[in-house]
Design a protein around this ligand. Structure first.
Ligand SMILES: *[C@@H]1O[C@H](CO)[C@@H](O)[C@H](O)[C@H]1NC(C)=O
Ligand SMILES: *[C@@H]1O[C@H](CO)[C@@H](O)[C@H](O)[C@H]1NC(C)=O
Ligand SMILES: *[C@@H]1O[C@H](CO)[C@@H](O)[C@H](O)[C@H]1NC(C)=O
Ligand SMILES: *[C@@H]1O[C@H](CO)[C@@H](O)[C@H](O)[C@H]1NC(C)=O
Length: 453
């Protein structure tokens, strides 16, 4: 009996000393990491954002390290801001992607692309057809207009808006699960960021109305609060709008914590399939080496250039960033009258100029679909909106791709053919095979009828 007690005691002591050793080792590891990172910091700084998540982690876990060794000046702020716009969440609070439960194929395409292009993406479950019950759908002045698939799609987006409004979340990037992008998306977004901030400056952008409780830009709310505090010093309503002409309306400062300056917009589409001409002249054309030459912007031929513009009204919600003010507007609009599928809701609220929206052309993110000759069209895999039961690839399906283009290109994916603005230098799905498997040939790992293996 005493033996068992001793044994237990020594086990506990061992456990304690292991824990102690563990702590010592952890501390040593952290110190060495800091030392190594510090030595290589300047060398690594040239590669976009790669070091940043690591450094942040170390700083957060070890209180000994001072919060900011060098107080960033304005130039440092600009650099940091541009770099953050190309971090693994592209300068947003998070990247959510919406996926239907059954679409494992799309989930895998997202995972592979994110893996090779350094993105940190989070699955936000779609709303399945069996979760849609008319009792919980908002009123509509055009009832029966939306298909069940369209209602589910709207609700998946609305679930994110609702969460953002509840938490007054910083801006997030929303993607649908058939999204594809260039493998260099991170540097592309850094480059876009620099020009987007310049664009906002040039158009004298001012912050959008922020109705949230306690918002600093909410002049009306401030006024109400002043009234409550000192009624004798209330300026007459007609004087509150007078501005000091020597001050710029809203100076635009780089902000590494919010590199996209989200208080200036409700929505920023980086993945529409079509745009409306309204406000097309409010734009900035800027150099982007990752855009292949030959696109047109309303008749103007583009070189290695991209356009950032005030949105007229988008079609397709393949990928857009949204701020809490935008989330609140879209949630408000659809709670009152759910008369449009989600993309047209956004389009019409932009056309009416109630939503402050911007977009890029060519879009940075686009929709993929399967090549027509791999047997997927026949399964109904090209769209989720129609729903219903699906069958496996039938005998009659077009399977020509398997003998020709697929083993040659190592890809079954293409961008949607009729989205004419879309162009990529290196579409991530096109280069995924060679990134992951190098020179491997698909057919070499096929079943061999000769050997039976
Ligand atoms: C922006 O403001 C400046 C200074 O007031 C003015 O000269 C310029 O025309 C404005 N630009 C636009 C696009 O409104
Ligand atoms: C502005 O307010 C003052 C004081 O209430 C009033 O006398 C004046 O008529 C107002 N002016 C305008 C243009 O409304
Ligand atoms: C405008 O701002 C300048 C500088 O802050 C100040 O000197 C001036 O008195 C202000 N003018 C008015 C009308 O408020
Ligand atoms: C990327 O930058 C944004 C803006 O500073 C920040 O909110 C986000 O947390 C960063 N992402 C990661 C993974 O650190």
């Amino acid at each position: 009996m005493a033996g068992a007690g001793d044994y237990l005691g020594s086990l506990l002591a061992q456990g304690r000393s292991y824990r102690h050793l563990h702590r010592v080792l952890l501390a040593a590891f952290v110190l060495v990491t800091i030392f190594v990172l510090d030595r290589y910091r300047t060398a690594l700084a040239g590669t976009f954002g790669m070091t940043e998540p690591v450094v942040v982690e170390v700083v957060e876990e070890v209180p000994v390290v001072s919060e900011s060794p060098t107080q960033p000046g304005n130039l440092a702020k600009e650099d940091l801001s541009i770099e953050r716009a190309g971090n693994s969440t592209l300068g947003f609070h998070a990247i959510y992607y919406i996926n239907m439960q059954a679409r494992y194929d799309r989930e895998d395409a997202m995972a592979l692309q994110a893996y090779i292009s350094g993105l940190d993406i989070q699955d936000f479950p779609a709303v399945e057809a069996d979760m849609i019950d008319p009792i919980g759908m908002p009123p509509s002045h055009r009832p029966r207009k939306l298909k069940t698939g369209e209602k589910g799609c709207w609700r998946a987006h609305a679930n994110i808006w609702s969460e953002m409004v509840r938490t007054k979340s910083p801006p997030v990037l929303i993607m649908e699960s058939d999204a594809t992008w260039d493998i260099n998306l991170r540097p592309i977004m850094s480059n876009l960021n620099k020009h987007f901030v310049d664009f906002l400056r040039r158009i004298n952008s001012t912050a959008v109305h922020d109705p949230s409780w306690g918002a600093k830009n909410n002049a009306a709310a401030l006024h109400r609060r002043d009234t409550a505090i000192d009624p004798t010093h209330v300026p007459a309503d007609n004087t509150t709008t007078s501005t000091n002409s020597t001050e710029s309306p809203s100076p635009i400062h780089y902000n590494p914590d919010d590199p996209w300056l989200s208080e200036h917009w409700d929505l920023f589409s980086v993945g529409q399939c079509f745009e409306h001409p309204q406000d097309k002249n409010i734009n900035l054309i800027f150099p982007d080496p990752w855009v292949p030459e030959g696109r047109q912007y309303f008749g103007q031929k583009l070189g290695h250039e991209r356009v950032v513009r005030k949105s007229g009204g988008i079609t397709c919600t393949t990928s857009y960033a949204i701020s809490h003010t935008g989330a609140a507007k879209l949630l408000m609009r659809s709670a009152l009258d759910l008369d449009n599928p989600v993309d047209l809701l956004i389009r019409r609220l932009t056309l009416s100029r109630d939503l402050v929206a911007y977009s890029v052309m060519p879009p940075v993110i686009a929709q993929w679909e399967y090549r027509g000759d791999v047997g997927m069209t026949e399964r109904g895999s090209q769209s989720d909106i129609n729903g219903g039961k699906h069958i496996d690839t039938p005998e009659s399906a077009n399977m020509n791709g398997w003998d020709g283009a697929v083993p040659e290109k190592n890809s079954v994916w293409i961008t949607k053919a009729h989205h004419r603005d879309v162009t990529f230098d290196k579409m991530a799905l096109d280069v995924a095979w060679s990134e992951i498997l190098g020179d491997a040939q698909l057919k070499k790992s096929w079943w061999d009828p000769k050997s039976g293996d």
